[in-house]
Write a protein that binds this ligand. Structure first.
Ligand code: FES
Length: 146
């Protein structure tokens, strides 16, 4: 079943509002859940269900640097898993977690649309291809200097 078929029309209508809110705040503030439910004539549980269905929505503010690593097939086939393990170890974070100092958020993505240049990542929204652990370290070091 595709995501479009797994929600009711009212739940699906939430998606633009959720995207707009996350674009504005970087996450979906929990205080906004009740108003979103009221505006779209759904329950708060339904709002949370839609948020939970998609990896991209967050209920907490992200870190100052947001690293997303593609864990889909094309990237995995050419070193993506080694890259992912390196990122987890280097940052000391689980997937979806933010460091206690608020510096980094590490997220998994399932295709960043850059399969021809796998493994792919985004760093604060900028797409990079053919990233290996050494290049990731260099990109993070550049971020640390800014
Ligand atoms: S599978 Fe990684 S960018 Fe498409």
């Amino acid at each position: 079943m595709s995501p479009e078929n797994s929600h009711t029309p009212a739940q699906a209508a939430l998606l633009p509002a959720l995207h707009a809110m996350q674009d504005r705040h970087g996450y979906i503030p929990t205080q906004a859940i009740a108003q979103l439910a009221k505006d779209h004539n759904v329950s708060r549980a339904e709002v949370l269900g839609v948020i939970g269905f998609y990896h991209d929505f967050r209920l907490e503010p992200p870190g100052r640097t947001r690293l997303r690593i593609c864990r889909a097939e094309s990237c995995q086939a050419v070193g993506g898993e080694r890259l992912a393990e390196h990122a987890v170890e280097r940052l000391g974070l689980d997937w979806g977690a933010t460091s206690t100092d608020g510096r980094y958020t590490l997220e998994a993505a399932y295709c960043l649309g850059n399969c021809a240049c796998s493994p792919a990542i985004t760093l604060d929204g900028t797409l990079y291809g053919r990233v290996d652990p050494e290049r990731l370290d260099a990109l993070l070091a550049e971020k640390d200097e800014t």
